[in-house]
Design a binder for this molecule. Structure first.
Ligand SMILES: Nc1nc2c(c(=O)[nH]1)N[C@H]1C(S)=C(S)[C@@H](COP(=O)(O)O)O[C@H]1N2
Ligand SMILES: [Mo]
Length: 231
């Protein structure tokens, strides 16, 4: 749970607010998971600013936490959003949400697992295979890795080109059966099913083909670079 606090560092939320929410949390348990889901959504903007990590202790059950390493993230709509694929590629490309929606959609039902211990079972995801975008870009011979950037301006991640080509790595447009919400990194985030959650970068803005891997945000803070889940 201490690690939870680290993952959700941001601008402070008052202690009274947090304690008040924990009191409401008792009701969430009684009400069951539907209520918890609603509460989780309600807490999203607060949790991402909660340096105490107390909101992460909230009894949410089989539900997502909301993480952001920055205090606030600009909201991008389907119209304003752009995704750039660049770096060591034959063809630099920029995609709008509609462009991505027009491409073949891959559906996955898989667990989401944060390295700090919480997991959500059987999450429905949909989007474009990352390998599809890589094929269109045409990686140059020197390209060995893929680096991801977020429009939160801070978070980055990377994986080897080989990992990025796995069939279970998608540029997700849908999560939990609906378009990816802002809190969950919408309109477009990565979902890497076989890796811990920190590889699934939210608010995806750029995919860059590189020679060699760069350490991601949490990796420069001690997380293992290979996030493959082995269990
Ligand atoms: N841009 C950005 N992406 C991110 C993070 C973040 O703080 N910022 N946190 C990561 C971590 S550690 C996890 S577990 C998941 C959490 O996804 P969620 O907020 O949708 O639950 O997002 C990952 N992607
Ligand atoms: Mo995480």
């Amino acid at each position: 749970m201490v690690a939870d606090a680290r993952e959700s560092a941001g601008k402070p939320v008052g202690r009274r607010v947090v304690l008040g929410l924990l009191a409401v949390g008792g009701l969430g348990v009684v009400g069951g998971s539907r209520v918890s889901d609603g509460l989780a959504r309600l807490l999203a903007p607060l949790e991402s600013r909660d340096p105490t990590g107390l909101i992460a202790l909230f009894p949410l059950g089989n539900a997502f936490r909301f993480y952001s390493v920055t205090g606030s993230v600009s909201t991008q709509t389907a119209d304003s959003y752009r995704l750039t694929v660049s770096g060591l590629v034959e063809r630099v490309a920029t995609y709008r949400v509609a462009d991505l929606q027009a491409m073949p959609q891959t559906r996955l039902v898989a667990d989401f697992q944060c390295v700090t211990g919480w997991r959500v079972l059987d999450v429905h995801w949909a989007g474009v295979r990352l390998s599809e975008l890589l094929d269109r870009a045409g990686p140059m011979a020197a390209a060995t890795a893929v680096r991801f950037y977020s429009f939160d301006g801070t978070y980055t991640e990377s994986m080897t080109l080989q990992q990025a080509r796995r069939r279970d790595v998608i540029v997700a447009l849908k999560m939990l059966g609906s378009p990816v919400t802002h809190e969950h990194g919408g309109p477009v985030r990565i979902y890497a099913a076989s890796m811990y959650g920190y590889k699934s970068i939210k608010w995806l803005s750029r995919i860059e083909l590189t020679h060699g891997e760069q350490l991601g945000y949490w990796e420069t803070r001690g997380y293992p670079h290979d996030a493959t889940i082995r269990n």
